[in-house]
Design a protein around this ligand. Structure first.
Ligand code: DOR
Length: 408
């Protein structure tokens, strides 16, 4: 029997035709009991920060894409909060060149919606369109309604998706964690839920008016789930993502450490439960990591002073498998759909012959020292998870192989 005949495949492969021969050629795999492994189509993450150009002390295209491969991802879309911000073809060029040179998986840039992500003037959307997966000003909400309406109209005519970071800055008041029980008990300034859902409600109205394909980034509140559920029922062209930490953690898990700080913040238990319900009933279309690496020094400044952002690519699947599949909340097939076909369908990304192979029985504690990402901050540090990525193949090349396989 070939490796391919023994291995269990979960999810839709685009053309299983070439996978068997690729598998048979992987050193170490044939000599192992491959019946204990499962094969998934390459995961697709529409929300990562690879920090190049501009912030290569936090992450590079090379380290970010290696980290993605280590996590079973073969497609990612890279957010535009960079320097230069990719708001014109000229400003996108350095990123495209770095991707061409250094990426080991498919890295597709976002174009910025507004010049410099400043929300004042539209970027060169038409010029950027052929080169970008979609448009976003991630890291910043678009504050002015008229600007968002104009952006939606143009992005609709270009047949692209607008992916929005929803945050009403007039409601922030210097907050940095959820405005809830933990903030009250420990004297922290809170970020209210309305700063997120208020802008989603506005945008849903604008998406209905303009017909733009609208996608909401990293939703974190129960009101956001409600608004989006109703918008979908009303036929608005809207999708959304949440991230593993919003499904698995809430403010009760907070500690006074930078690795618990991200934007939006961990919310209440009810918010977390509403997100899981939204995932199960299809309101939440996909799971993205919002992989947002910062330097260890930057993240060492505690809850108040560290920058927002945690890493996610190398722990996402094991965490979700352990926290949602093994506990019986979602099927393995259902989870894989949220990580593979759902994001590709919405963002019109092709699935090549890319896949990863996992040992789902392997259990180990999340150890940031093992991450290939330059970012090490994760609230899940030390948590025991199931599922080890043994192999990732992208474009016919082995982009990650677990050292134990290589030794065989
Ligand atoms: O936690 C976050 N980090 N949220 C964002 O919106 C931006 C991101 C970053 O770029 O670090």
């Amino acid at each position: 029997m070939t490796v391919f005949q023994k291995i269990k495949i979960i999810g839709q492969l685009s053309s299983a035709g070439v996978v068997p021969s690729v598998l048979d050629e992987v050193p170490g795999l044939a000599s192992l009991d491959s019946s204990k492994y499962v094969l998934f189509p390459g995961f697709c993450d529409v929300h990562v920060h690879f920090r190049e150009p501009g912030f290569s002390y936090k992450e590079t295209i090379r380290t970010g894409s290696l980290a993605a491969a280590h996590g079973g991802y073969t497609d990612v879309c890279a957010m535009p909060n960079l320097n230069p911000v990719p708001d014109s073809v000229e400003h996108l060029r350095p990123q495209l060149d770095l991707i061409e040179r250094d990426a080991c998986i498919h890295v597709r840039p976002y174009g910025a919606v507004t010049v410099g992500e400043k929300g004042q003037e539209l970027a060169d959307l038409q010029g950027l369109a052929p080169y970008v997966a979609a448009f976003s000003d991630d890291g910043k909400g678009i504050q002015r309604e008229e600007m968002m309406r104009e952006a939606m109209k143009q992005i609709r005519s270009l047949n692209k998706v607008l992916a929005a970071h929803c945050e009403d800055e007039s409601l922030l008041r210097g907050g940095y964690i959820h405005d809830g029980a933990y903030a009250n008990a420990h004297g922290h300034r809170g970020i209210c839920s309305e700063s997120e859902w208020g802008q989603i409600a506005r945008d849903v109205r604008l998406a209905a008016e303009t017909g733009c394909a609208y996608h909401v980034c990293h939703i974190s509140t129960k009101e956001s789930v409600d608004i989006l559920r109703r918008a979908k029922r009303a036929g608005v062209n809207v999708t959304c993502e949440t991230a593993p930490h919003y499904l698995l953690l809430d403010e009760n898990d907070l500690q006074e450490l930078g690795r618990f700080k991200m934007n939006p913040p961990l919310r209440s238990r009810e918010d977390r439960q509403a997100l899981v319900e939204g995932l199960l009933d299809g309101t939440i279309d996909m799971i993205a990591t919002d992989h947002a690496p910062h330097s260890p020094e930057e993240k060492s400044r505690g809850l108040e002073k560290s920058p927002f952002g945690i890493v996610g690519l190398e722990s996402a699947f094991p965490l979700l498998y352990t926290g949602l599949v093994k506990t019986g909340q979602i099927s393995l097939e259902g989870l894989v759909e949220k990580l593979t076909s759902a994001p590709r369908t919405r963002f019109s990304l092709p699935l090549g012959n890319d896949f990863s192979v996992w040992d789902l029985d392997a259990s180990y504690p999340v150890d940031p020292a093992e991450f290939l990402s330059m970012g090490k901050a994760t609230p899940f540090e030390g948590q025991t998870v199931y599922g080890r990525c043994m192999l990732t193949v992208c474009g016919g090349k082995t982009v990650w192989i677990d050292p134990s396989l290589q030794e065989k």
